[in-house]
Design a protein. Structure first.
Lengths: 522, 249
């Protein structure tokens, strides 16, 4: 067998992942994606093999890792291809030596572009025929310390006719940092290169340094504050499966409910932001204020507007009561009334529509080539939604999810997608709160991770697919924790979207995607 | 036109008239209160994910606390979180809540730097810098200027350029990759200027405190005028903190 086939949140022994010679590894994984839009790479990463076989405490391994120049360790690569039709994930591996030059996956399929750049940055692996082997995030543990974030090798125009515009890392509003370098012909954008890494906090390293479950959960909550629920669910689902624990229905219920509330809140806020960027004050104010009752409800439920502290592995501090259900029903009734009124006005307004339609187009071919996920795939007719393809929590159990798909790939498609997903999520929540499961406290839950395991957890957050992978060592501690936010792929879609648009339309294109910087930089 | 007026009318009154006394809906984990009752203190200290709890006497450092509330769930007789959102202080040590204390946290008027009130009391323009922030404090700072919290009414605004600003508002644990840009931004703000740290990550590093990817030298070089705790800081915590610093009520 060239791979092991697993389902979402299924823990398997690390040794059961087939190891292939690199050539075969490449052929197998690239081959699986050829002419198969239902398949894409959900994660592809590496780790120093010696670090895990030594068996010492992870702190020592960290020291070892830091001084790894003295060791000539190999890098083990693990590639995970998700198949949306079979609902399975195909995992295979290979071992490489950093000093050897390898053929790149990217030369054959651009889905792997970011992953190989990350591997090049972290381990110094050299690739043949990779079109764009640039640093990804200037991580603290990168192989090439000589390369610094101030000296990023931007693609240059070198032209008398074209000019370049640099924006950031600090932007005009209250948003996270990143650098955008435009090459323009007059007002028209020819090319945009996005340089990230400013937000790098070493979070994957901290997952190995921290030992207590409370610390790990807090880390997961802080991966991206706008997707607190999405990332925390990915972590707790993973952790419970890793410990062989099956949560009761009430935990699945509260996670699914919180996830859909987060989707409604952020989508509404983004519609407000799009209105702000086209100078539509009424929409900006109304959608902006409509986000508040939703996040305030999260506070009524869990004491925090962004749901920090709400989700815990194996238990919850905040059981969802019938009283909360009744309260949420009345909040949604009021929300929907005002949301619908505002939306019917907004989507009929010619001056608004003319700014949204045909702005920032990304085609089906492009999103397939980039390998975008979530909203940034569904906007262009590519059906990628973990809720239906690799269901988790209540999805696939309580109800089957039918993804919202748009086809034009422009700002308008992304705004309509948000509108429809808000309606869809409200529908799901109404259905859920009609049947609130009784919460029963399970006493004495012991969560001890199994040893030498590999596990992968997928969650469809509001941006799209969140993927967390973990490997445990022979003491049951985390030996590796890999996080992939949907933004990791989707930033390239933004870079493609703005081509041939006026540079003044950049803000609205950017807001229509609303990608994460910290989720990318980790 | 009539449709617009109808929409407008249907929103009702959204703004919070008195931001200093507004009550928050439902439960909100604000300022904790610690009783003197005896509990297994070692277990209590061990419980905290960010090491915010210390012993002899039992204290919670709100500059390190993520307000997860875990301690209050495990030891309800010892710790409870009130809905008091006035958590900002201008002296770092004042963020430490001791057992038996039930005083509010205040901005110490005598410690407000000279010139801050006289120069910025009527108008304060701030430049926000996210230095590894996870976008939660950023979302809440944006919310400060929505139609509900409407901070602009006090003459407090966020501006696009540091040249137009009277100070910087920092979120996030300050990553090594952002340390340079942050300092450039700070240096571009004309003197006199203030620094406000918003959120647990900015104040102490939070859960990231021992990350190898941070560079918090900035904070040893420059004075901090206001600490605004929270994970994320609630808009009312920020607004009240700044108003207290400027003494605008």
């Amino acid at each position: 067998m060239k791979y092991i086939s697993i389902s979402n949140n299924q823990a398997v022994s690390l040794d059961s992942i087939p190891e292939l010679p690199y050539e075969e590894f490449l052929e197998s994984n690239v081959g699986m994606l050829t002419d198969s839009p239902e398949r894409h790479c959900v994660n592809y990463f590496g780790f120093w093999t010696g670090v895990y076989s030594s068996g010492g405490p992870v702190e020592d391994q960290y020291e070892e890792n830091k001084n790894r120049k003295e060791y000539s360790e190999n890098v083990k690569l693990i590639c995970c291809i998700a198949d949306d039709k079979t609902h399975q994930i195909y995992v295979s591996s290979a071992t490489v030596a950093p000093e050897v030059v390898y053929e790149s996956f990217t030369a054959r399929n651009h889905n792997f572009e970011k992953y190989e750049r990350e591997m090049h940055e972290t381990f110094g692996i050299q690739y043949n025929n990779h079109p764009w082997l640039k640093p990804v995030r200037y991580s603290h543990d990168r192989a090439g310390k000589a390369e610094t974030i101030e000296n990023y090798p931007f693609f240059g125009a070198n032209s008398h006719e074209l000019h370049e515009v640099g924006v950031g890392p600090i932007h005009a509003g209250i948003i996270e940092p990143g650098h955008f370098r435009f090459i323009c012909n007059g007002e028209q954008i020819m090319h945009l290169e996005i340089q990230l890494g400013y937000q790098h906090r070493g979070i994957e390293q901290l997952f190995l340094q921290k030992k207590k479950l409370a610390e790990l959960t807090t880390l997961a909550e802080n991966i991206a504050g706008d997707t607190t629920v999405g990332h925390t669910i990915a972590f707790v689902n993973l952790w419970e499966s890793l410990c062989g624990y099956r949560p009761g229905r009430s935990l699945h219920f509260s996670r699914t409910l919180a996830l859909e509330l987060e989707r409604i809140a952020i989508h509404t806020g983004d519609m407000s932001a799009v209105c702000a960027d086209i100078g539509y004050q009424l929409g900006n104010s109304v959608y902006g204020r409509l986000r508040t009752p939703i996040i305030n409800f999260l506070q009524e439920w869990g004491g925090n507007r962004l749901a920090k502290g709400l989700i815990r592995a194996g238990r919850t501090n905040f059981p969802f009561s019938r009283k909360l259900g009744a309260r949420l029903a009345s909040i949604l009734d009021e929300f929907e009334l005002d949301f619908n009124e505002m939306t019917s006005k907004f989507f009929k307004l010619p001056s608004a529509l003319s700014r949204l339609e045909k702005t920032g187009v990304v085609t089906y071919g492009q999103v397939l080539e980039i390998g975008t996920v979530g909203m940034a795939a569904r906007m262009s007719g590519l059906n990628r939604d973990i809720r239906s393809s690799h269901p988790f929590n209540l999805f696939g159990e309580g109800f089957t999810h039918e993804p919202v798909i748009k086809h034009h790939g422009d700002v308008y498609a992304r705004v309509r997608l948000r509108r429809d997903e808000i309606h869809q999520s409200i529908g799901y929540i109404r259905k859920m709160i009609a049947d609130i499961p009784e919460f029963t406290e399970v006493a004495g839950v012991k969560l001890n991770p199994q040893r030498n395991m590999f596990i992968l957890s997928l969650v469809e957050g509001w941006r799209g697919e969140i993927c967390h992978c973990a490997i445990t060592d022979n003491e049951g501690s985390l030996g590796l924790y890999k996080i992939k936010d949907p933004s990791f792929h989707n930033w390239m879609a933004l870079a493609q979207a703005v081509r041939n648009n006026g540079i003044s339309d950049f803000p609205i294109c950017n807001k229509s995607f609303n990608l994460s910087y910290c989720g990318h930089d980790l | 036109m009539f449709e617009n007026i109808k929409i407008w009318w249907h929103q009702g009154k959204q703004y919070i008239p008195d931001v200093t006394n507004a009550k928050l809906p439902g439960i909100f984990r604000g300022r904790p209160v610690i009783t003197r009752s005896g509990v297994d203190e070692a277990a209590l200290v061990e419980l905290c994910p960010t090491g915010a709890i210390t012993r002899n006497p039992v204290c919670i450092d709100l500059g390190k606390c993520t307000f997860c509330g875990e301690c209050a769930f495990r030891f309800p007789e010892k710790i409870s979180f009130t809905s008091d959102y006035k958590l900002s202080a201008n002296v770092r040590e004042h963020l430490v809540v001791k057992e038996g204390d039930d005083k509010g946290i205040v901005v110490e008027p005598s410690k407000v730097r000279k010139g801050v009130r006289s120069l910025f009391g009527q108008s304060l323009k701030l430049r926000q810098v996210s230095a590894g922030g996870d976008n939660s404090c950023e979302l809440e700072l944006n919310a400060c200027n929505n139609v509900q919290f409407d901070m602009s009414r006090f003459g407090i605004d966020f501006v696009a350029s540091p040249r137009h600003a009277d100070g910087v508002v920092i979120t996030g644990p300050i990553t090594a990759n952002m340390a340079g840009p942050l300092e450039i931004c700070y240096n571009a703000v004309p003197d006199p200027k203030i620094v406000i740290l918003v959120g647990t990550d900015a104040i102490s590093g939070g859960i990231f405190a021992d990350s190898p990817a941070l560079d918090r030298d900035f904070l040893t070089k420059y004075p901090v005028d206001l600490y605004v705790p929270g994970n994320p800081a609630h808009p009312l915590t920020f607004i009240n903190g700044v108003l207290d610093m400027l003494k605008k009520q």
